[in-house]
Design a protein around this ligand. Structure first.
Ligand SMILES: NC(=O)c1ccc[n+]([C@@H]2O[C@H](COP(=O)([O-])OP(=O)(O)OC[C@H]3O[C@@H](n4cnc5c(N)ncnc54)[C@H](OP(=O)(O)O)[C@@H]3O)[C@@H](O)[C@H]2O)c1
Length: 288
């Protein structure tokens, strides 16, 4: 029984590998990465490192050879490109004889969500279901880790800025999502054709997050409700591609409508414990 993880040189993928190594032998794990030399540490642990790229059907099909269960970690391109890439990955898995696909989706994927990347995940979920393979859909909420990007500026100026208003978002640490994926990959038979809503245990406002940063650092920090165009301008000036700026702007528009405030207990069912709270995550990350 061999399990493969794509994107294993990425942040989520490398954490999934770490958690999976605690559950199954390295000899049962393979990874598909775009740059195999970046995975030398994984090869040294006895993991089967394969070359794969969602842009290349033949390469991806070869990467999936003799794999029973594969985790497809979503990529990072614009919608049209990424939809095509994910479909290629699913086609390759099917052609190679993979039996069970696990996919990192998003909370409540919709075709017309303000968070524009949501449409990618809906398409990929549907394509996986249509493939006829067994599947498990991990509908990940937003990483608490993303919040840390605003901390240096907040500590310098006291302003923790985002166009979030009073939106409540079920942020969750990436590490907990990675462990949930590893739980599924370790015994996929327990999760056939299941869809999990993986959220934090509480939906938090950016004012609350600012208060966590203040408490953790002893500095006065408060949320500044940035106008959307100022926020997008800052992201563009930092060099983010337009499709990402659009998606992040949409995330807050959707969140203000309540799109990402619904808490699910699925993470607790998978991990056997609650996810780390955003408050605890901020405290431990800033103490490190
Ligand atoms: N829920 C959230 O809050 C949130 C936030 C950000 C992103 N995401 C999504 O979740 C994914 C994983 O998050 P992360 O933090 O691990 O992001 P990350 O560190 O940027 O990793 C993305 C991974 O996707 C791989 N990838 C990109 N294009 C690919 C392609 N054409 N073929 C095969 N692999 C490809 C990358 O490969 P390389 O290692 O070769 O670069 C990398 O390993 C992201 O790609 C994105 O779709 C979710």
């Amino acid at each position: 029984m061999k399990t493969l993880i794509t994107g294993a040189t990425g942040q989520l993928g490398s954490l999934v590998v770490t958690h999976l190594l605690n559950r199954i032998p390295a000899s049962n794990i393979a990874v598909s990465v775009r740059t195999p030399s970046k995975a030398d540490d994984l090869a040294a642990k006895g993991i089967d490192v394969r070359h794969g790229d969602f842009d290349d059907l033949a390469l991806m099909t070869a990467a999936f050879k003799d794999i029973d269960t594969a985790l497809i970690i979503s990529g990072e391109a614009d919608n049209a490109t990424r939809i095509a890439q994910h479909r290629t990955a699913v086609d390759a898995a099917k052609a190679a004889g993979v039996k069970h696909l696990v996919y990192t989706s998003i909370t409540d994927p919709k075709a017309d969500a303000d968070f524009t990347y949501s449409a990618i995940h809906l398409d990929t979920e549907n394509y996986i279901k249509q493939s006829g393979l067994r599947y498990t859909l991990l509908r990940n909420s937003f990483y608490a880790d993303l919040l840390m990007a605003g901390v240096p500026h907040a500590l310098e100026t006291g302003d923790f800025g985002a166009p979030a208003g009073d939106a409540k978002i079920t942020y969750i640490p990436r590490n907990d999502l990675a462990e949930a994926a590893a739980v599924v990959l370790a015994i996929p038979e327990n999760h056939i054709n299941a869809t999990y809503d993986l959220t934090g245990g509480k939906a938090v406002t950016h004012a609350e997050i600012a208060s966590y940063i203040a408490a953790a650092t002893g500095k006065p920090v408060s949320h500044v409700d940035l106008p959307a165009e100022i926020h997008s301008g800052i992201l563009t000036s930092l060099g983010l591609p337009d499709h990402l700026v659009e998606a992040l702007a949409g995330l807050y528009v959707g969140a203000k409508k309540g799109d990402y405030e619904t808490v699910s207990k699925d993470i607790e069912r998978l991990l056997g414990r609650p996810a780390q709270s955003v408050e605890a995550y901020v405290k431990t990350t800033l103490a490190a």
